[in-house]
Design a protein around this ligand. Sequence first.
Ligand SMILES: Nc1ncnc2c1ncn2[C@@H]1O[C@H](COP(=O)(O)OP(=O)(O)OP(=O)(O)O)[C@@H](O)[C@H]1O
Length: 325
Amino acid sequence: MDINIGSSFKMTKKLGSGIYAEVFHGFNIKTNMEVAIKLEPVNTKRPQLFYEGKLYQYLQQEPSVIDKGIPNVYYCATEGGNNIMVMDLLGPSLEDLFNLCGRKFSLKSVLMLADQMIQRIEYVHSRNFLHRDIKPDKFLIGTGNRAHKVYIIGFGFAKRYIQKDGKHIPYKEGKDLTGTARYASINNHLGIEQGRRDDLESLGYVMMYFLRGSLPWQNQRTRKLEYRESVDKKKLSISIEKLCEGFPQEFATYLNYAKKLRLDEKPDYNHLRTLFKDLFTKSGFEMDNIYDWNLIQKMDGTPGKTTNNNQTEQLPIGQVLQKQG
Ligand SMILES: Nc1ncnc2c1ncn2[C@@H]1O[C@H](COP(=O)(O)OP(=O)(O)OP(=O)(O)O)[C@@H](O)[C@H]1O
C-alpha cells in the first residue's frame, strides 16, 4: 500500500479501527522509526482527531513526569480528504490480549494492570482532564522493551474538569451518556456531569470484566437503540457486592470508594493502589511483569519452551497475535 503522509511518513498496513477513525502502521522515511497513523474523514459528523492530537501534546508537556504512559504525537494535518495524526506505535490493546487469553485474566495480571491503569488515570487527572471513555480498548501495551508498560490512548471524549479560574466544573443533570455504556459509571447513565470519580468507577468495571470474563449487563438481546436503557436498568439493579462476589473484597472496596466520592472530590489514588498492592503481596505474587499473555503457548501446537527455572518462555506478543491471525 505504501502511501506518503507529509514529507516524512509512509503508511503501510491497517492496524485497527474504532467508530470514528482507522489506524494504520507506518514509518518515518528519514529515521525508519515505526509509527501509528490515525485517519478520520474530514466530513465526519463529529470531528475529534485534532482535539485528541492537541490533548496528547498537552499531556506530554509535563517535564517532571518522564515516561507518562502516553504516546507522542509527531504530525497532524489534513491530506486527501482525511484528518491525519501520526503517533508512537504501540502494541495490542488489553481487549486484544484478553481475547488472546480466552477472555479471562488471572488475579495476578489484573492487579499488575490495576496499578498501572490507576497511575495513568491519576496522571491525566493531575493535568486537569477527565478521560471519560475508560475501557480495555483504550489501554495498549508498549512495543519491544516496553511490552510490560501500559499506555492510555483515545482522548476524543476527554474534558477539562478544572476550569481556567481553577474551579471544578459544576454539578449538572440531564446530560447524554458519554463514552461506552458497558463501562459507564451509574451517574453517567443517570445523566450527571462526570468527575474524577467516574473514570475510577469505569476502571472498577474493567477490572471486574477481566476477572469475571464478562459483566452481567453485557450481551443483552436488545436492538442497539434499546441497549443503553437495558444496561442502565441491569447495572442499577446489581449491588457491588453481587458484582464482585467470589473475588477478593478489595475490588468491592475499590468500587464502593469510587462511588462514594463527591463530584469535585480528589480521589486518594495512593490509597487505591496500596489496596491492590497489599492484596498482591498477601496473595504471594512476585512483581516480575509476567502477564497471562506472556505465558500463552505457541500457536503451532508446541508448548512454550520451559526454561531451567521451570518458567514458560515468554513470546514476543506481536508474534503471538500474528500467529492468531
Ligand atoms: N498508537 C497506536 N499504536 C497501535 N495501535 C493503535 C494505536 N492507536 C490506536 N490503535 C489501534 O486502533 C484501534 C482504534 O483506535 P482508537 O481507539 O484510537 O480509535 P477511535 O475511533 O477513537 O475508537 P473508539 O471508536 O473506540 O472511540 C485501537 O483499538 C487500537 O487497536
